[in-house]
Design a protein around this ligand. Structure first.
Ligand code: FAD
Length: 461
């Protein structure tokens, strides 16, 4: 009897799963395996919100496998050691896994291949599991570059490439009985999570997708930037943990009614875009993709401002609302991420890595490709073709939260203040201002702009 191991990483689903499908077609039995990887934890990725969401995903995957006659095998330790030990235990001939894009994923794959080949076993790495289009599958035709550095031409080529067919979920999964597993972790075992954290798991993700295609996506184009409407899909944690397949989402959007689906699929393309940048430039997780000779602010004054930004007390209501949503839900609206990141990097003129680290500590969808490269995009060290644009938090508030409902929801101290004034509480007469327990602006916007411009040109005092 042939046996194959399917190593799950950020692809925790049964539907549209090429590694599982390939393993099932080549082998009589499979061992679906998840390794709680020590190295990933040590690198600071074991943040409570993601661990709790992960626990939901693993429990749901185990339940789905059990409905099909199988189960999930869970181990902890070094991922290569665990896989090679399991291959020996189960006498497996091959291992299937999804391709990743980070430097760590590349190194893991290489170590795994070497270790398995030394034991006469084979590793099969499948693309289009984590992204809809594989990194490198489309390349700029004229320049000879190894990735697209600008989104619009990438989108054009990405759209022309038909996504692969969706793979059906297996009906039956035969797992060898004598393979030991640790217990499936429980969400309730994780402490320090955000009170409004979403639930994970493929079953829920698929329900969200069906509902979204039936009703949400139709109006996506008009209202996705409206902060208070909260009318985006909230698929990001499901795409991050792979409980939704990006390929399947793209296919199913093709049949969705109304113009919203095109705008929505364009956002999925942004996700693939950042993944292909990181796959080609893994160092961009830490280093400036396009160095601008920034002299970022440091020292006690900057530290105090960073603290205020993290706590949501900058004195700019829409920025504070964004930062408080992050803390409460472990998630933030895209427009809010843009303006909170612009405020840190271009108004406070603080290094994007400080903000990216804070986001990774809290975001349930926190993801090296999307987080680091979006931070770089906003900071102007990434792929934005207008690197010095600065988002004005007052104008952004007036435009994307015109009734002030987003601010009222997350900054209750200002709930009694109507729009448009709620976006500029410092303009209230002194006596009225005292009625609100809310701080004055951390920095004047013109002063912030001035220090950004001087810092970026190397003239910081
Ligand atoms: P929708 O608007 O419903 O979009 C659908 C999907 O498209 C999203 O789930 C996401 O997978 C993808 N998407 C949308 N916008 C982007 C984008 N700008 N870049 C890449 N993919 C996108 N997204 C993450 O998944 N993880 C992160 O760690 C992350 N960090 C970010 C940090 C900053 C500073 C910024 C500006 C953006 C970041 N994003 C990140 C991108 C984006 O904000 C989120 O994907 C989006 O807000 C998730 O909400 P949604 O699922 O409702 O999105």
């Amino acid at each position: 009897m042939n046996t194959a191991v399917v190593l799950y990483t950020s692809d925790l689903r049964l539907h549209d799963h090429p590694p599982l499908r390939a393993a099932q077609s080549s082998s009589d039995r499979v061992v679906p395996l998840f390794v709680r990887d020590r190295a990933v934890d040590a690198a600071g990725f074991a943040a409570p919100n993601r661990l709790a969401f992960l626990a939901d995903c693993l429990a749901d995957l185990d339940a789905g496998l059990r409905e099909r006659g199988g189960r999930l095998v869970i181990r902890s330790g070094d991922v290569v050691d665990e896989v090679t030990a399991l291959v020996e235990e189960a006498d497996a001939d091959e291992v299937h896994m999804a391709a990743g894009v980070s430097a760590y994923a590349h190194a893991r794959e290489e170590r795994m291949r070497t270790a398995l080949e030394a034991r006469g076993r084979r590793l099969y790495v499948h693309d289009t599991v984590v992204t809809a289009v594989a990194p490198g599958a489309v390349l700029p035709s004229s320049s000879g570059a190894d990735h697209f550095a600008v989104f619009t031409p990438y989108l054009r080529r990405w759209t022309e490439l038909p996504p692969r067919a969706v793979a059906a979920a297996p009906r039956l999964v035969r797992v060898p009985e004598d393979v030991r597993s640790e217990e499936v972790p429980r969400r309730s075992d994780v402490s320090g999570t955000s009170p409004g954290l979403a639930r994970g798991g493929e079953t829920l993700a698929r329900r969200l997708l069906t509902n979204w295609l039936r009703s949400g996506v139709r109006s996506y184009e008009e209202i996705h930037d409206d902060l208070a409407a909260d009318a985006t899909s909230r698929f990001s944690p499901h795409l991050h943990f792979g409980t939704l397949s990006p390929t399947e989402v793209v296919h199913r959007c093709a049949g969705a009614p109304g113009p919203g689906a095109d705008a929505f699929v364009r956002q999925l393309c942004w996700r693939d875009f950042h993944h292909q940048v990181l796959a080609a430039r893994p160092g961009a997780a830490r280093l400036d993709y396009r160095p601008r000779r920034d002299a970022w602010r440091t020292g006690p004054a900057a530290e105090e401002e960073i603290r205020a930004w993290k706590e949501g007390r900058t004195g700019y209501p829409v920025v504070d609302a964004a930062m408080r949503q992050l803390r409460h839900e472990g998630w933030m609206h895209n427009r809010a991420r843009l303006l909170a990141a612009s405020f840190l990097t271009k108004t406070l003129y603080v290094d994007w890595r400080v903000g990216a680290r804070h986001f990774l500590d809290l975001l349930v969808d926190g993801d090296v490709a999307n987080n680091q490269l979006n931070w770089q995009w906003v900071a102007g060290t990434g792929t934005d073709t207008r690197p010095n644009r600065v988002l004005n938090p007052v104008r952004q508030g007036l435009r994307y939260d015109p009734e002030g409902r987003y601010v009222h929801r997350w900054v209750p101290e200002l709930a009694g203040l109507a729009a448009p004034g709620v976006h500029e509480p410092w303009r209230l007469p002194e006596a009225e201002r005292a009625a609100y327990d809310y701080p004055p602006p951390l920095v004047d916007l013109a002063d912030g702009l001035d220090r950004f411009r001087r810092g970026r040109s190397g003239d910081v005092s």
